[in-house]
Design a protein around this ligand. Structure first.
Ligand SMILES: Nc1ncnc2c1ncn2[C@@H]1O[C@H](COP(=O)(O)OP(=O)(O)O)[C@@H](O)[C@H]1O
Ligand SMILES: O=P(O)(O)OC[C@H]1O[C@@H](O)[C@H](O)[C@@H](O)[C@@H]1O
Length: 483
């Protein structure tokens, strides 16, 4: 007798018969505000393509389109031990990567959650924190000490201009960060100085963006990779452009970089449409932007990345509860007033609740917000999460479609990483449907362009790029602008 165990609850019916009409009317309005039609997606993508081009032009545009000085595609034969650190929006990771040279690798890693104060700490606190984590990691992995200097790839997930591979001048903080004395400065010497202070033998050989790392790491194991994407605290993408199609680099390169060479581009497309030409912003998006440390920046990112989805939900619920007095009557809304009290795991947990009475949602609201919800309120909350989550997934793929159309890709794997891609319920299904809406593929046709799980871009990608850089340096090839 095979014991199948308890069956997983069937998908919810999700009826709204017990929801008051006045609340249903509010939901209807929210559906209109948050729904992005196929036509609207295609309009956004058309503008996105123009903006990608503008970012590569001498004049520039909203999207930075930063050349990443990775001018070779990985062969899969790269070998050796490399250290990598990944400074993301939520965590710092330290990784030791052993590249096997046959499209294979091993990693040893530790993850250090960034202290809450870090977003607005001093520059010295930031670099000392990273150096301390590196010291701890090296002592763990090399208990007898390491005699030779370790090459390190620094994955810095912020828009940093690079005139060479081991340089990164921070253009601006994103994702709510606001540390003084870093913007406009090269972060590599800052990190190197803090490392020297703690006395670990490490040489920062390359600074990369996590999307560039994702692109290269995924291509190391999967040659069908056409771009690297992050749907995490922030959103961004990287792809290989052809040098001759980058006007802003013309006349600035050494002869050893041929015009048909590939050049990895860190798009930084979270900044798409800061001029607000096509983005369907709601009043909640406007409020988040105005209350952020960098109003007017990262307009695209603020509508669909992990750092913001929970906050959008909070603003919608606060309006229904306070301004419209339609939910949470008689409840203490103190915690609901606290900005960013809900990270994106909050709507994710709500969308994952399989029960008709949404008992998990009841628990979440009691635990985090000390609000006791009714069943009808929970159904409304769930629907609002679906609207926000669906819009995020649909907007998120506009960058993918724009890069494909710009580069003429008709098929390939878009390698994606980040907690929103990996953990947000139905993100993958919703994103794939949005790509179908944009490209209008036939129903009986297999999706020619698919979003797949990436390799560890911030770890393995940094290692492969360090290996590619070391190889170029040994060949006497340039790894930056002509000096
Ligand atoms: N279950 C979840 N579903 C979707 N997003 C989540 C979930 N848990 C955490 N997040 C969001 O993911 C972001 C962290 O993304 P992640 O890729 O893990 O780190 P980083 O952005 O530092 O690389 C946070 O903004 C957080 O709100
Ligand atoms: O991995 P994270 O922290 O979600 O970062 C994703 C993107 O977030 C954006 O805000 C940064 O400007 C990008 O450089 C980064 O790639």
């Amino acid at each position: 007798m095979v014991h199948l165990g308890p069956k997983a609850p069937a998908h919810r019916k999700g009826t709204f018969t017990d929801v008051p009409d006045v609340l249903l009317a509010e939901l209807k309005s929210l559906e209109t505000q948050f729904t992005v039609s196929p036509d609207k997606l295609r309009e956004i993508v058309a503008h996105f393509i123009n903006e990608l081009e503008k970012g590569l032009s001498v004049a520039g545009g909203n999207i930075p389109m930063i050349p990443g000085w990775v001018m070779d595609c990985p062969t899969g034969k790269e070998k050796g031990d490399y250290l990598a650190i990944d400074l993301g929006g939520t965590n710092l990771r330290v990784v030791l990567v052993r590249l096997g040279g046959n499209r294979d690798f091993d990693t040893t890693q530790s993850k250090y959650p960034l202290p809450g104060y870090m977003r607005t700490a001093t520059s010295e606190q930031l670099w000392d924190f990273i150096a301390d984590c590196l010291k701890k990691f090296v002592e763990e992995v090399y208990p007898e000490g390491c005699d030779s200097e370790l090459p390190l790839g620094f994955t810095f997930s912020y828009p940093a201009s690079q005139n060479k591979i081991n340089e990164g001048v921070l253009q601006r903080w994103t994702k709510g960060w606001d540390i003084n004395d870093v913007e406009g400065h090269d972060v590599v010497p800052m990190l190197q100085k803090a490392i020297k202070k703690v006395g670990v033998p490490i040489d920062v050989v390359a600074l990369i963006n996590d999307t560039t790392g994702t692109l290269v790491a995924s291509m190391y194991t999967d040659p069908e990779t056409i771009m690297g994407l992050i749907f995490g605290t922030g959103v961004n993408g990287a792809y290989y452009e052809i040098v001759k199609d980058i006007p802003k680099l013309q006349g600035k390169l050494s002869d050893d970089i041929a015009p048909d060479s590939p050049m990895a581009i860190n798009c930084e497309y979270g900044a798409f449409d800061n001029e607000l030409v096509v983005l369907p912003r709601t009043k909640y998006d406007v409020q988040i932007d105005l209350e952020s440390p960098k109003p007017g920046q990262q307009s695209f990112e603020k509508m669909n990345s992990g750092y913001y989805l929970g906050e959008i939900l909070r603003l919608v619920l606060l309006e229904l509860a306070e301004e419209k007095q339609l939910i949470f009557k008689g409840q203490d809304l103190t915690k609901l007033h606290q900005a960013y009290i809900m990270d994106t795991s909050f709507p994710a947990r709500i969308e994952e609740d399989p029960f008709e009475n949404l008992s998990e949602v009841y628990d979440v609201f009691m635990e985090v917000l000390s609000i006791e919800t009714t069943v009808p309120e929970r159904k409304v909350i769930r629907r609002v999460c679906e609207l926000i989550g669906e819009r995020s997934a649909r907007l998120s793929v506009c960058g993918i479609a724009a890069i494909c159309k710009k580069r003429g890709y008709t098929k390939g794997h878009c390698a994606a990483d980040g907690s929103v891609y990996n953990k947000y319920p139905d993100f993958k299904v919703r994103a794939a449907k949005a790509l179908r809406d944009i490209f209008q593929w036939k129903d009986d046709e297999e999706d020619p362009i698919t979003i797949v799980a990436a390799e560890d871009g911030s770890g393995v990608g940094a290692a492969v790029i360090s290996a590619l850089t070391e190889k170029r340096l040994k060949q006497g090839k340039s790894v930056g602008l002509a000096v």
